[in-house]
Design a protein around this ligand. Structure first.
Ligand code: FAD
Length: 435
């Protein structure tokens, strides 16, 4: 049996400009690309219509078509990596497994286990930086410590970046090196216990006019002012290097958003406690949350009586997306107006967001609650009414998601703003006293 290499797709679902795949193809052995629908993850998803599984399935089907045109295939398994790799290494003569870094805690443990297993079978395990421009210790302060504040981090990031870090990997040059083999079938959603939905996913295209006007338009949820590329960045159907080059040309403000993404990867890497349900600023874990379950349910369902909050939650529940400005408003409302633990909101977003990413989601929630690195000061309590006046003055966004706004069907505000503001300040002050 001749030797092959395996390329293992995870959050990098594309053939072009893919670091790990490039190195696999260049190494010389024929490359068999694989994807595992990981039961360790899928079994935990309660919603059998989870849109993300459908998104991944679509992306893999597209890869399958591209590989078939090259006389190759992708091998897709439904199982756990612990059972899939022994079977694969038994079936093929595998000299090496290539993949890209994944910074989430589960992924780190998984990859270590696969690496160890591969070693016992005399197969190498190589992983590469692909989803970030800078990772781990690449952007550190002068004192060699990780940054915990965005502005100096981004300054250093910009000083360091150059064409070397942003150039694309020319995978196409080596496309001949995919293993030539018959098409292998992809398990259907139904075979894995999932169902498809009529979801229309955001398009995989960078629209120059959106990026150019980003600084002026990004805060208004009623208009198409942001790229909506987050789900593609999440699953790697677009390359961060390509986007960062576009950002450099067209909009520094948009480039900053891409840097926030690296920043939060960096926080999760250096401060892993944030991914384990602990506040970045540990003193915030002394807050006495109210955690009222009925109130939480109203927030989840978009029935708080605060139109901008309800519009956001309904957008999320229906589409899997929510505009960034509105994410900040609903997160502030949950933690500050209702005094519900940010971890509850984080978990709800994790279930619903198409672009759910542990580091960005955790960063966003801890920012809103005040407990995060570089967070909003705790005494900043978004006023939903003022936010609406500023960012949805004509109520266009609100009316789209809350059509019953002016009828008796729409609930009264579940809590008075001034009362809630006073209450949260007292509770936070008590918890943080002496901190
Ligand atoms: P654009 O505005 O066009 O920005 C381009 C890209 O930059 C985004 O696609 C995203 O990859 C990145 N980006 C932008 N803002 C941020 C940010 N603050 N932090 C990290 N990356 C950023 N983003 C996620 O990708 N996944 C999450 O799970 C997530 N959860 C969030 C939770 C809360 C409470 C908050 C306040 C924000 C969260 N964000 C999250 C950040 C941000 O809201 C989304 O990235 C953005 O709304 C996606 O829309 P877009 O693709 O149009 O972004």
């Amino acid at each position: 049996m001749s030797q092959i290499s395996i390329f293992w797709f995870r959050r990098d679902l594309r053939l072009h400009d893919n670091a790990g795949l490039y190195h696999a193809l260049k190494s010389g052995n024929p490359v068999l690309p694989i994807f595992i629908f990981d039961r360790n993850i899928l079994d935990k998803l309660e919603d059998k219509k989870d849109k993300r599984i459908q998104f991944i399935h679509n992306a893999i089907t597209e890869i399958q078509e591209q590989l078939q045109a090259l006389g190759s295939t992708i091998l897709v398994k439904y199982g756990t990596p612990e059972e899939v790799f022994p079977a694969l290494l038994n079936e093929y003569n595998v000299s090496a497994i290539y993949t890209n870094h994944d910074y989430e805690p589960y992924a780190q443990i998984r990859d270590e286990a696969v690496k160890e297993y591969a070693m016992t079978e005399a197969a190498d395990f190589y992983t590469f930086k692909d989803q970030a421009i800078f990772e781990k210790n690449e952007v550190l302060s002068g004192a060699g410590t990780p940054y915990t504040v965005f502005t100096p981090y981004s300054r250093k990031w910009k000083e360091k970046v150059n064409t070397f870090y942003l150039k694309s990997y020319p995978n196409e040059k080596y496309f001949n090196n995919f293993l030539k083999t018959e098409k292998m079938d992809i398990p259907s959603l139904a075979e894995m216990g999932f169902q498809s939905t009529a979801t229309v996913f955001p398009k995989k295209e960078v629209r120059d006019n959106i990026v150019k006007n980003y600084a002026e338009k990004r805060d208004f949820p009623a208009i198409e002012g942001t790229s909506k590329l987050s789900v593609h960045l999440r699953f790697g159907t677009v390359s961060i290097r390509e986007l960062a080059r576009t950002a450099q040309k067209l909009s520094e403000t948009w480039l900053n958003e891409l840097i926030w993404r690296d920043f939060y990867f960096n926080i999760l890497h250096h401060f892993p406690h944030v991914g384990q349900g602990v506040s970045f600023r540990r003193e915030y874990d002394k807050i006495q949350w109210r955690n009222n379950e009925d109130e939480f349910k109203k927030w989840c369902e978009g029935k708080t009586g605060y139109p901008i909050v309800d519009a956001g939650m309904r957008e999320l529940n229906t589409t899997g997306f929510m505009h960034n400005r509105v994410r900040m408003i609903v997160a502030s409302f949950l933690t500050k107006h209702l005094l519900i633990d940010w971890r509850w909101g984080e978990a709800y977003f994790a279930q619903k967001l198409l672009d759910f990413d542990l580091s960005a989601n955790n960063g966003g929630w801890q920012w809103a609650s005040g407990s995060g690195c570089d967070a909003a000061p705790y005494f900043r309590v978004f006023n939903p009414r003022l936010q609406t006046e500023k960012f949805d003055k004509n109520l266009e966004y609100i009316k789209k998601w809350v059509p019953e706004l002016n009828s008796f069907d729409y609930p009264l505000p579940m809590v008075d703003h001034d009362f809630a503001r006073k209450r949260v300040l007292e509770v936070y002050q008590k918890a943080l006293k002496g901190a």
